[in-house]
Design a protein around this ligand. Structure first.
Ligand code: ZN
Length: 410
């Protein structure tokens, strides 16, 4: 396991933070640093067709070692870390044989990772917890995934008695700014299906995510001197208030879970003459998702009717869709992952993602792509951590999936 840990540490020490405000691709030059290291390392361990394209996607092949046809499968992870928190000078701390108590990340600044707040920690009692020093994120999201894929490929190369078909791997930039799949060359990748190694706790297996849209409401008013405003002034902010109040009160992020969708007001600005509301609309169910968009428009129509003028304008843009629609026709790819976990005594935790994933975009681009745990917790901040044992388990899952895919093709 030490080799996997060392590999993980090597990757997290390379700053690869992406930048949501830079339209360039990749959004930051420093992502090339890790991409180049990976190219070198993949060549070293004996991978073939190792390529780094103009958009900073690393791809490589592990050829089949059997003489019958096996579907080509892929594994995908992202090299960038979140713009939400610093990824400069990541300094991993090791807490072997974790005793279930508070972990002091930074004594000077009194930063503590406590199981009384983050109770997930307790499931890793007795294991080696890898944390930050409290000043940066860790980058287990998703350098854990990168580590696990490289380590699994190395394991397969060094253990040729494990039979597998052709395996393709890809490391993408800019996942954290929602563009990891944008320049992904699905045809060049050439896999029948793939898995992103980008989930959180051990056992996670996901093939459903939200259908998502962004909505902007613009409300026009009319300004008149307040002393002489009777019957003349139209205060756009008060109409905005009516719009907000007309949406179902409980269908908001802080009141919903599981398969419950929501409307989320994430921005507003206003003065008498003009107000804007920024919403995101989310639902796993496509029909309910469409209905939510209709509800949104209806509120605007009702207000306009009442006001006698089209003062309320709604602009709705679809953002991404639930990959379930693309996975259901090929459910065996989820079954294989589930079976792999069971054979390794890992309890599969199959649940719907309350968000998006690169896998959903890839699925719609023709590469069905469920998501598997990479092992980390508390992504995008200083409390991020991973158990070293989880790095090993996810590596084992990849190996097992490769093995099972070949077995089933016999
Ligand atoms: Zn991630």
């Amino acid at each position: 396991m030490q080799k996997i840990i060392d590999r993980f540490v090597k990757y997290v020490k390379i700053d690869t933070q992406s930048d949501e405000n830079n339209p360039a691709f990749p959004s930051t030059e420093k992502q090339w640093d890790l991409a180049k290291v990976l190219v070198e390392e993949l060549n070293e361990i004996g991978m073939q067709d190792v390529t780094l394209d103009d958009n900073c996607y690393v791809m490589a092949t592990l050829p089949s070692n059997v003489d019958f046809n096996v579907p080509t499968i892929g594994f995908v992870a992202h090299i960038d870390t979140s713009p939400d928190y610093s990824g400069t000078n990541v300094n991993p701390q090791f807490h072997p044989n974790y005793d279930g108590k508070d972990i002091v990340l930074n004594k000077e600044r009194n930063i503590v990772l406590s199981p009384s707040y983050f109770d997930d920690l307790l499931q890793y009692k007795g294991q080696t917890i890898i944390t930050t020093d409290g000043t940066t994120l860790l980058g287990a999201d998703d350098k854990a995934g990168v580590t696990e894929i490289v380590s699994a490929m190395e394991h397969l190369i060094n253990n040729p008695e494990i039979k597998h078909g052709k395996i393709r791997i890809c490391f993408t930039p800019d996942e954290e700014v929602g563009k990891g799949a944008h320049m992904f060359d699905v045809e060049k990748f050439g896999a029948e299906w793939a898995y992103t190694m980008d989930g959180s706790q051990v056992g996670e297996l996901e093939y459903e995510n939200f259908n998502a849209a962004g909505a902007k409401v613009t409300i026009n008013g009319k300004i008149v001197h307040p002393g002489y405003a009777k019957g003349k002034m139209i205060n756009s902010m008060l109409i905005a208030n009516e719009f907000i109040a007309a949406l179902p009160k409980n269908e908001i992020p802080q009141e919903t879970e599981g398969y419950e969708g929501f409307y989320h007001l994430h921005g507003m600005s206003g003065e008498v003459e003009k107000s804007t509301l920024e919403y995101i609309i989310r639902d796993h169910d496509f029909k309910l998702f469409e209905e939510r968009k209709v509800t949104f428009q209806k509120i605007a129509d009702t207000l306009n009717k009442k006001l006698g003028s089209d003062l309320v304008q709604v602009e709705i843009k679809d953002q991404y869709f639930n990959m379930r629609k693309k996975i259901e026709p090929v459910m065996h790819i989820v079954d294989i992952a589930e079976e792999a976990m069971k054979q390794l005594n890992i309890k599969p935790l199959i649940k719907a993602i309350r968000g998006g994933t690169d896998g959903s975009q890839l699925s719609y681009k023709g590469l069905p792509c469920p998501n598997i745990f990479a092992g980390g917790h508390n992504f995008h901040g200083r409390y991020e951590y991973i158990a070293a044992e989880s790095l090993q388990l996810a590596t084992d899952v990849i190996v097992k999936i490769a093995e099972l895919t070949a077995e089933r093709a016999k």
